[in-house]
Design a protein around this ligand. Structure first.
Ligand code: SF4
Ligand code: FES
Length: 254
């Protein structure tokens, strides 16, 4: 393991216990917690631990992952009760004197082990029309010019990777599966505040729905859960203000 930074740094491996909530719809009625002892280095991530279990102990362990580097958003899960990306959670940042609990994110139908059905999440995302709507021709016939200051207004919400860590940490979403959820609102914000987009009113009307922004109780779970550091609650507040004002609030001079 010459490319392991822990080995190169002279660090030793230690045994960590992971307790994983397993569920197989073909053989089980209810999920069960199962523990696994794994040899890990401090710089390993929870995703590495899951790979080791899958490859060396139980090939039936099921989870999603793709990029393994915090970009694709496919491996959000609850680790020690908190939504995180397994590929961005270092073992050294967890208390390894205690077992590490890993389970699927909440509020979405459990399919198998750490995999949930993401369709309700993406249905809300699609509903807010997450694409630029600009029918008018650009003034010069070529480009829709945007200043740095105009781009800055919605920069934060462009960072979303649709991991669902925010939406599935929201207690309102747990109890009301119809609520659009923070991620859909974040992605609506990204276009509502884009100076080139012409459909802010349409999206504000959609989010003014009884299952829209007004369900948010400002618990800040979403902001704490976001692995991209997006100020989710603030984005939701800005969308609420835009609904009340009938248009997005653009800072003076922009
Ligand atoms: S806002 Fe953050 S937590 Fe929510 S889906 Fe986007 S990246 Fe994930
Ligand atoms: S595997 Fe892509 S974000 Fe973790």
């Amino acid at each position: 393991m010459a490319d392991n930074p822990s080995v190169e740094a002279g660090l030793s491996a230690f045994t960590v216990t992971l307790i994983i909530r397993r569920f197989d719809p073909e053989t089980m009625d209810e999920p069960v917690w199962k523990d696994y002892d794994v040899e890990l280095y401090p710089t390993d991530r929870v995703l590495d631990a899951l790979h080791k279990i899958k490859w060396e102990q139980d090939g039936s362990l099921t989870f999603r992952r793709s990029c393994a580097h915090g970009i694709c958003g496919s491996d959000a899960m609850r680790i020690n009760g908190r939504n995180r990306l397994a590929c961005k959670t270092l073992i050294k940042d967890l208390d390894i004197t205690q077992p590490i609990y890993v389970e699927a994110i909440k509020g979405l139908p459990l399919e198998k082990d750490l995999v949930v059905d993401m369709e309700p999440f993406f249905a809300s995302y699609r509903e807010i029309q997450p694409f630029l709507i600009a029918d008018a021709k650009p003034k010069d016939g070529k480009e829709r010019i945007q200043s740095v200051a105009q781009r800055e207004i919605f920069d934060d919400t462009t960072k979303c990777i649709l991991c669902a860590a925010c939406t599935s940490s929201c207690p309102v979403f747990w109890t009301d599966g119809q609520y659009f959820g923070p991620a859909a609102i974040v992605n609506a914000h990204r276009f509502i505040f884009d100076s080139r987009d012409e459909a802010a009113k349409v999206r504000l009307d959609i989010l003014n729905d009884k299952e829209g922004v007004w369900r948010c109780r400002t618990t800040f779970n979403c902001t704490e859960a976001c692995p991209r550091g997006i100020q989710v609650t603030q984005a939701i507040a800005e969308v609420k203000n835009a609904i009340l004002a009938g248009k997005p609030a653009i800072p003076a001079g922009v």
